[in-house]
Design a protein around this ligand. Structure first.
Ligand code: FES
Length: 75
C-alpha cells in the first residue's frame, strides 16, 4: 500500500538495473517491451517480460517506469 510516507519509485536509472528480482527483468527490458512491442500498460508489459511473476513488490517501480516512458513518448 502506498501512503504519504512511502517513497515514490524512481523511474529513471540505468537500463541494466534489475527491476523485477524474482524473474530477473531489467529496466531496459521493460522499455524495450514498450518501444518495440507497443506495450503501454502494466498488464501488457508484464505479459511481454514475465515481470511480476513472483512476489509482485516490483509493481510500483514498473508502473513508474511505464508512466515516465509514456510521458516521454507524448508529442
Ligand atoms: S520482484 Fe517482481 S515479482 Fe518479485
Amino acid at each position: 500500500m502506498v501512503d504519504n510516507t512511502t517513497p515514490l519509485p524512481n523511474p529513471e536509472g540505468p537500463d541494466d538495473e534489475t527491476i523485477c528480482w524474482c524473474i530477473g527483468v531489467s529496466r531496459g527490458e521493460i522499455l524495450q517491451a514498450m518501444r518495440e512491442k507497443g506495450c503501454r500498460n502494466l498488464d501488457t508489459v508484464c505479459r511481454a517480460t514475465r515481470a511480476m511473476g513472483g512476489c509482485m513488490t516490483c509493481r510500483y517501480d514498473i508502473e513508474a517506469i511505464i508512466r515516465a516512458e509514456l510521458a516521454r513518448q507524448e508529442p
